[in-house]
Design a binder for this molecule. Structure first.
Ligand SMILES: [Zn+2]
Length: 101
């Protein structure tokens, strides 16, 4: 669990389950929406492994060159391990390159 998830879990349990005295029922749905919005942020900040695929980039002396292409698991945009992308340059998703880098 990263620090964002920890903060999110703490806030969610306070808002949704403990229902402090000052927390009014009519704001429940509103707060649920805020929690969902924060949850999006938590997911974005939690590194996801990019998807790998191979592509033929060019031919040299009639021999095709196969290269690895990496795509963001969230939006499918191209991401570049050798440029040191820590975040998807299309949607901002945090990337987990594992040991492949
Ligand atoms: Zn993306």
């Amino acid at each position: 669990m990263n620090k964002y998830q920890e903060a999110m879990n703490s806030i969610t349990s306070t808002f949704l389950y403990e229902e402090p005295v000052h927390f009014r029922k009519e704001h429940r749905n509103e707060n649920l929406e805020y929690c969902e919005t924060l949850d999006e942020l938590v997911k974005k900040a939690t590194p996801m492994k990019p998807n790998e695929e191979t592509a033929t980039s060019e031919f040299i002396d009639d021999h095709p060159i196969t290269v690895m292409i990496y795509r963001c698991a969230k939006c499918g945009g191209r991401v570049h391990p050798f440029d040191g992308d820590l975040y998807c340059r299309h949607c901002g998703q945090a990337l987990d390159w594992g040991d492949d880098q």
